[in-house]
Design a protein around this ligand. Structure first.
Ligand code: ISE
Length: 333
């Protein structure tokens, strides 16, 4: 294949961002979009020259080589299964699934397909700051990594339950922990600090790795702006990403920095690199290079254990099946 015709399901912020990034790439055409919101679908179709189709129609269309799933979270698993059953490469936004059962269905579908076709949108693995951190850890600059501290601040936002904050926000940090430590989380303990209306303000997840290393995930669901910071402590030192970035303006006895208002701004570069990497694998006809269905599956299991722990107020084990042979050849993302 020398070109790719992509269909995008979901014309909200994320779907539009992927569509526009892909549309700019040589050899890539966004040929179809699907969204029950006719206005959003129309705007994205106008911007990219795509046709508007229903989601199932888009997946089955012979005009569509590969699909981006960026619809509401609880629809990701079914749509991804449909793509896998149709033999189409798919970039599925995180979370791959919102329940352990749905995660199992996606894993089973890809194993049945017998080849890796899906990439999951844990885009931090494409973020230049995270990539630099990962290289420094892998080069052994701080010796064996022992602990990850992930700090995830969302701007003041719609009230969300602890469950939603975990599957929608903390799931990124869960993937970061596995990626940066190169190990599996086998137990979690969650504490939720509520807001007055009962929604979650802070979600703190303490993670035990199978080999007794540790991680701490801290999400503030309603903070002052959008900030993502990661600190890795190793045997001989600590590495921290700079959550600040950008310019500091000094005047009138003040130092001021702008803070991103959300992920589309903060991870602008990551989304563009992610889309290019994924569609490059579609054109080359090879397995997707980024986070796999196995990564999406394990992250969902850690998230559901964290949700259980928030309810029981006890540490909860993370139980899931062992890694199918299809995922033996892992990527370094
Ligand atoms: C949102 O859905 C995202 O995917 C962002 O990357 C994440 O940082 C945010 O917390 C989520 O709500």
């Amino acid at each position: 294949m020398t070109a790719a015709a992509v269909g995008v399901i979901g014309a909200g912020g994320m779907g539009s961002r992927h569509a526009q990034n892909l549309h700019r790439l040589p050899g890539v055409e966004v040929v179809a979009v699907a969204d029950p919101d006719g206005h959003a679908a129309g705007a994205l179709a106008d911007a990219t020259g795509a046709a508007i189709l229903g989601a199932d129609e888009l997946i089955m269309s012979s005009e569509v080589d590969a699909v981006v799933v960026a619809s509401p979270d609880e629809t990701h698993a079914d749509l991804t299964v449909a793509c896998l059953e149709a033999g189409k490469p798919v970039l599925c936004e995180k979370p791959m699934a919102t329940t352990a059962e749905d995660a199992q269905a996606v894993l089973d579908a890809e194993v049945r397909a017998g080849r890796r076709l899906a990439q999951i949108g844990f885009m931090r693995v494409y973020d230049p700051a995270h990539v630099e951190l990962k290289h420094a850890v892998d080069e052994g600059r701080i010796g064996r990594p022992l602990h990850v501290r992930a700090v995830h601040l969302n701007p003041p936002w719609i009230p969300r339950s602890a469950e939603t904050v975990i599957v929608q926000s903390a799931i990124h940090d869960i993937h970061s922990v596995r990626w940066l430590l190169g190990g599996e989380i086998d137990r979690v303990a969650t504490q939720v600090v509520p807001r007055d209306d009962g929604s979650a303000r802070l979600v703190v997840i303490q993670c035990w790795l199978a080999d007794e290393r540790a991680a701490t995930v801290f999400v503030d669901a309603h903070s002052y702006g959008y900030e993502i910071a990661v600190e890795v402590t190793g045997e001989t030192g600590t590495i921290v990403t700079d959550p600040q970035g950008g310019l500091e303006v000094r005047r009138n006895l003040e130092r001021r920095r702008a803070v991103p208002d959300g992920w589309l701004d903060r991870f602008d570069a990551a989304y563009a690199i992610e889309g290019g990497d994924w569609v490059g694998s579609v054109i080359a006809g090879v397995a997707p290079p980024g986070p796999s269905v196995w990564d999406g599956y394990v992250a969902t299991h850690v998230a559901t254990a964290a949700i259980r722990s928030a309810a029981t107020r006890q540490a909860e084990p993370v139980d899931h099946c062992s890694q199918p042979a299809l995922y033996d050849e892992s990527t370094d993302r």
